[in-house]
Design a binder for this molecule. Structure first.
Ligand SMILES: [Zn+2]
Length: 276
């Protein structure tokens, strides 16, 4: 593929490209440093006027670095740290500033689908009340779900990303508890598992088993779409069937897509088998 015209960046960012073109585009970005650099500048420029990026700047104060290429930094720091054990991997995320930038620029640029606002109606229709946001990161969805009246249990490794979430929540007058994945506390049991951009980061899907037994609804990103992760080494590229079979083995069935649900996949438990 020759270097794509600049106009392609906008269609790519806003997910307005057919899937095949998107895959080719991403492949080219990964292989062509000058186009990657254009893309990084473009997404920063798109994010420039967002409240989120402004918040990040205030949060990081003098450390804020405009146009920081968080994707490249993440990939390099992963290679350098070469974490092997679960503890080493957890520590990588617990200290990663690049991950904070990466999650922020993904959302602030408009590249991240508005997952939570897309899902509000279905969550309401399905009787969701207590949502476990597993792998909440900077809380892109936690805050939207809280604003929409759901109780949210935020869960992720305590890290610069979750500190930013705590800070943003406090500015909205919200106090939230953020639990580490292995310390999901006594609080209210979740009826809904919200797990976005996290499944492919789990070393073992079985980590989710106790949660899958608890919930009657699961929402994740559409597994059949190209879950392209660039060159980030911490992703396990799982076959959609493997993930779907795992959910099905825990009594969950995939719902037919709602009209606006292209970016999400919903799994429910049949009424007779519900926990709640
Ligand atoms: Zn190029």
């Amino acid at each position: 593929m020759n270097c794509p015209p600049v106009a392609g960046l906008d269609a790519y960012l806003r997910r307005r490209m057919p899937a095949d073109d998107t895959a080719r585009f991403r492949e080219h970005l990964d292989a062509c440093p000058s186009c990657w650099d254009r893309w990084n500048h473009f997404r920063w420029d798109q994010a420039a006027d967002s409240l989120l990026l402004n918040d990040l700047q205030v949060f990081l104060r003098d450390d804020f670095e405009p146009y920081f290429d968080s994707s490249v930094a993440l990939a390099h720091s992963w290679t350098e740290a070469a974490p092997q054990t679960q503890d080493e991997i957890a520590d990588f995320f617990r200290t990663s500033i690049a991950y904070l930038y990466n999650l922020s620029i993904w959302e602030a640029s408009g590249n991240r689908p508005p997952y939570a606002s897309d899902a509000i109606r279905v969550l309401g229709d399905r009787g969701a009340r207590v949502v476990l946001d597993y792998g909440c990161g900077i809380g892109s969805d936690t805050l939207t779900l809280l604003d929409s009246g759901f109780a949210v249990i935020a869960c992720d490794y305590h890290s610069p990303s979750t500190e930013f979430l705590r800070w943003r929540a406090a500015r909205r007058g919200l106090a939230i508890d953020i639990y580490e994945p292995d310390q999901l506390g006594p609080g209210p049991a979740p009826d809904t598992l919200w797990i976005i951009d996290t499944i492919d980061q789990l070393a073992d899907l079985a980590t989710l088993t106790p949660i899958l037994r608890q919930v009657d609804l699961l929402v994740c990103e559409e597994l059949r779409h190209d879950r392209g992760h660039g060159s980030q080494g911490f992703h396990h590229r799982r076959n959609p069937h493997e993930v779907g079979s795992f959910f099905a083995a825990h009594g969950l069935t995939e719902l037919r897509k709602p009209a606006n649900g292209v970016s999400l996949s919903y799994w429910t438990r049949p009424p007779a088998e519900r926990n709640a």
